[in-house]
Design a protein around this ligand. Structure first.
Ligand SMILES: [Zn+2]
Ligand SMILES: [Zn+2]
Length: 320
């Protein structure tokens, strides 16, 4: 499924299977998650430098169609030489290339990936259950680490990332406060099922002050709202790649050492840490699956909030 230009749906195309170059692996794709970032790419809010491009950056596949199952995340290549790469911050590498943006991604039957950016995956869970861990889980985890050891954590936007991170927070013994679109009873129900202490609309105030909040929804107006729910010293972490403008706000919302920060991409270390934690915490994803050729429907449903949890595409023969 190919992205051609902003404002157009993805186009089904028949292509020759790609071939792996030095240091790369050819993957038979078994599943690929859809992500809010895919919508930002299709809407032109995040640039796709060289279309046409196969999107998709939560790939579960097997190397050369064999038994070894690996996952490919958004970070697809870094230079290894710059001051960010050499100081444990490869997520900020200015030359980084991203899967499904600069490199053809997983909305396909085959994909080529740099072998250094493939994570070994555990045997137990299904392909479709694992796919959302590779962006929703991973970027969610990096956002979570920015919250320090905050005991009460608010999650604004209870979709793919939040439903995974809520499970990690509960396993760590912390309280989860889930904020959904006003009136989204299905997402609030899922949050309570996963152990949230409270679930309500993003226009509501939580019953307790929060020590940290992660904003996953791409809505800048949530920044002052999340700050106003925060105890002194608390942090608001912005987990998305794009957000509508943050409105002007009184300094009082930041006063008392409250802070706001963004999270960009991931490092391979985040991936190794998170996949280990997800296994120990017994994270179970809630997925809605679509055949690959219905990618546009999956993306429309994501945009409209028609499924809870995560959406995953399955190519022909995939999805064990
Ligand atoms: Zn993503
Ligand atoms: Zn670099």
């Amino acid at each position: 499924m190919v992205f051609d230009e902003v404002g157009r749906p993805l186009r089904p195309a028949e292509r020759e299977a790609p071939t792996a170059g030095p240091g790369q692996v050819l993957l038979r794709v078994h599943a690929c998650g859809v992500c809010r970032t895919d919508l930002h790419l299709m809407d032109g809010e995040v640039d796709v430098p060289e279309p046409p491009r196969v999107l998709g950056h939560q790939i579960v596949g097997t190397v050369d169609g064999g038994a070894q199952r690996v996952g490919v995340p958004w970070l697809g290549w870094t230079c290894g030489e710059c001051r960010y790469c050499t100081s444990g911050r490869e997520n900020l590498c200015p030359r980084a290339r991203f899967t499904g943006r600069d490199i053809d991604g997983g909305m396909a039957e085959w994909a080529v990936a740099d072998e250094r950016y493939c994570f070994p995956l555990p045997d137990g869970p299904s392909d479709t259950d694992l796919a959302p861990l590779l962006c929703a889980g991973l970027i969610g985890y990096r956002s979570l680490t920015m919250c320090g050891d905050a005991p009460r954590v608010g999650l604004y936007g209870f979709g793919a990332a939040a439903h995974i991170i809520a499970q990690v927070l509960r396993w760590q013994g912390r309280e989860v406060y889930a904020f959904t679109s006003p009136g989204d009873a299905a997402a609030q129900g899922l949050a309570r099922e996963l152990g949230a202490a409270w679930a309500g609309g993003s226009d509501e105030r939580p019953p307790e002050e929060l020590d940290a909040a992660i904003v996953f929804a791409p809505v800048g107006a949530l920044v002052p709202r999340a700050l106003s729910a925060l105890a002194p010293g608390g942090t608001v972490v912005l987990g998305g790649i794009h957000m509508s403008d943050v409105p002007a706000m009184p300094y009082e919302l930041l006063w008392h050492e409250r802070s706001v920060r963004s999270v960009a991409n991931l490092t391979r270390r985040d991936g190794e840490e998170f996949l280990a934690i997800a296994g120990r915490a017994g994270v179970r994803t809630h997925v809605t699956t679509y055949p690959l050729e219905r990618a546009n429907e999956a993306l429309d449903d994501l945009r409209a909030g028609r499924f809870t949890g995560a959406g995953v595409l399955v190519p022909p023969g995939g999805g064990r």
